[in-house]
Write a protein that binds this ligand. Structure first.
Ligand SMILES: Cc1cc2nc3c(=O)[nH]c(=O)nc-3n(C[C@H](O)[C@H](O)[C@H](O)COP(=O)(O)OP(=O)(O)OC[C@H]3O[C@@H](n4cnc5c(N)ncnc54)[C@H](O)[C@@H]3O)c2cc1C
Ligand code: FES
Length: 303
């Protein structure tokens, strides 16, 4: 938290739907063409999608993690993986190529992929999407903030679900990791695919094969993230977790997305932080997150 700065590069632009397809396990994949001045999103950041209120029945935008992004015609082609679970996401599923969507983004803090160590990406369910985007970003040669070229990096990718049918987009994950040189490790609660057990048990099983130190980047249900955070904190392993909270503005104004700080998080907070961040007790998921370091949140009180 102490190193996070307010993302001020977000823009509100009208995007158009390019493609909307079923992605398996009750999920949809949506490609939008988002014109300039929208800037490059980072893995772990999110975009607020605002639909026509009359047609959709929703007033507020819906936050969606960026599942993929590539430059296109001076702007960006940005992809999202979502489950149509309620009013907003079902309206999203009705969009067709050529339809317009208001976008606000990219928002929030992404995964700190430049941290040194073996990147261990841990996904549960639809949490796979931002982490495949992260695996792609790690595999691209880049330049550090100091201007030093940084070599492409391979990741260890742990993917878990209740059963094989809930491993959302498994074929796509395998294809994209093959391209980036990442190694896929699978587990399911019922043992129908990969190791029988959860992602923390899978991590325990595979850990001796990963070059230390490891750095964890994870996305999935809060229960899974809590278990990873507790595992990492007990072993002094750095872990970064993509959280969710019900959101309205997505920019720190409405104060509607608080997450409880830990003692460490409270100690790191200072009144000189941007006013759109939270207070000493509560972090704002939209501006300080959605990716938080494990030590900054009070996992006993995370809902
Ligand atoms: C930073 C962030 C990134 C997200 N990324 C994705 C993504 O990549 N793909 C995706 O499918 N969803 C994502 N979500 C969740 C998504 O925004 C919610 O599913 C969506 O707001 C539900 O809207 P709705 O109108 O369909 O559902 P509603 O009609 O509002 O509610 C339907 C059900 O969804 C639950 N719900 C509502 N909001 C959330 C939420 N924020 N998190 C979890 N459950 C919620 C409600 O409690 C209810 O049970 C993200 C949320 C956040 C905060
Ligand atoms: S959603 Fe408004 S402050 Fe976070």
């Amino acid at each position: 938290m102490s190193t996070a700065t307010l993302a001020t590069a977000w823009r509100q632009v009208t995007a158009s739907v390019v493609r909307q397809v079923e992605y398996g396990a009750g999920h949809c994949w949506l490609d939008l063409d988002v014109p300039a001045p929208f800037v490059a999103p980072e893995p772990g950041q999110f975009v607020q999608l605002l639909l026509d209120s009359t047609a959709s029945g929703t007033l507020l935008p819906r936050p969606m993690s960026v599942a993929d992004a590539s430059p296109h015609m001076g702007g960006w082609r940005v992809s999202f993986l979502y489950a149509p679970v309620g009013t907003g996401t079902r309206a999203l599923a009705r969009l067709r190529p050529g339809d317009a969507v208001e976008t606000l983004g990219p928002l929030g803090q992404g995964f700190p992929l430049s941290e040194r160590g073996t990147p261990v990406l841990i996904a549960g369910g639809r949490g796979v999407a931002p982490l495949l985007f992260a695996a792609d970003a790690l595999a691209r040669p880049s330049t550090t903030e100091m201007g030093v070229p940084s070599a492409p990096r391979r990741c260890e990718f742990l993917f878990g679900a209740r059963g094989e049918a809930q491993l959302v987009g498994l074929d796509d994950a395998r294809r994209r990791l093959d391209q980036t040189g990442g190694t896929l490790h699978l587990c399911t609660d019922d043992g129908s695919r990969g190791m029988r057990g959860n992602v923390v048990q899978l991590l325990e099983q595979k850990l001796s094969g990963f070059a230390p130190p490891i750095v964890i980047h994870a996305c999935g249900p809060h229960g899974m993230l809590r278990a990873i955070a507790e595992w990492a904190l007990a072993r002094d392993v750095r872990a970064y977790l993509a959280m969710e909270s019900v959101m309205a503005c997505g920019t720190g104004v409405c104060r509607g997305c608080p997450l409880p700080r830990s003692t460490t998080g409270r100690d790191a907070w200072t009144s000189t932080l941007p006013s759109l961040f939270g207070n000493a007790e509560q972090a704002m998921c939209c501006t300080e997150g959605p990716v938080f370091e494990a030590r900054d949140l009070d996992w006993e009180r995370v809902a």
